[in-house]
Design a protein around this ligand. Structure first.
Ligand code: TYD
Length: 210
């Protein structure tokens, strides 16, 4: 089973990943965890270029291709082997991030976004999540949480219009991209208590195990 946790920066994604991992450990479920971008030697180098190089001019197409390249390596080295062994796989972000950050938030057309899904799925060797949980969090709430962080990376430092569009994309994701080709996308109200959110995610994962 392949589970993805998604949400805009400040959506509480990190906390929910920690909770999901410790719940699976308590349930004695063997799982593999990876972050996207990253998790392989090449992926971590690409991640560093994408997030830490504030002085580097990266054009939009190159940015998209770099995220997809990191994911291609991740699928090849980590996800496909783990899924083939029958392990549960959890990733922190996946293709939906590219669709929203590099597509929806920069004003791509519906056709452009569908093309991104198609190309992105090819780059990921057609490894599609069984479920993508989206922590739905209004822009203002996410910003409030993010404001408390002193160090912001290259993506978090993009302008407010862009960050608003990212949050809007995540709020609409489960409605906009609900076809089976995109995998199942489940919207979770990310403004509730971390405990409640974790319970909801655990209940859905449990129902998928049986
Ligand atoms: P993340 O690991 O969530 O950052 P943090 O360590 O701050 O929690 O994500 C890295 C950033 O990369 C985040 O701003 C979203 C962005 N991103 C894209 O723009 N496109 C993508 O395809 C992916 C996977 C991430």
């Amino acid at each position: 089973m392949f589970i993805v946790i998604e949400g805009c920066d400040g959506s509480g994604k990190g906390e929910q990943i920690r909770r999901l991992k410790s719940w699976l450990e308590r349930e004695h479920v063997d799982f593999v965890f990876a972050r996207d971008p990253g998790a392989t030697p090449l992926g971590e180098k690409i991640r560093s270029v994408l997030l830490n190089s504030s002085d580097l001019d990266i054009c939009p197409t190159a940015e998209t291709a770099l995220f997809m390249a990191s994911r291609a390596q991740l699928v090849h080295d980590v996800l496909a082997p783990a899924l083939n062994k029958g392990l549960v796989v959890i990733t922190d972000r996946y293709l939906l991030s590219t669709v929203i950050y590099q597509g929806y938030a920069v004003g791509a057309s519906d056709d452009g976004i569908e093309e991104m899904w198609r190309i992105g799925t090819c780059f990921a060797n057609h490894v599609v999540p069984d479920v993508t949980f989206v922590l739905e969090c209004p822009f203002e709430v996410a910003e409030e949480r993010l404001g408390r962080r002193s160090v912001k990376d290259r993506m978090e430092s993009k302008d407010e219009i862009y960050r608003r569009k990212v949050a809007e994309g995540y709020l609409a994701a489960s409605e906009l991209w609900s076809s089976s080709a995109h995998g199942r996308i489940v919207g979770i109200d990310g403004t509730r208590s971390p405990e409640n959110i974790a319970r909801e995610i655990e209940a859905i994962v449990k129902s998928m195990f049986t």
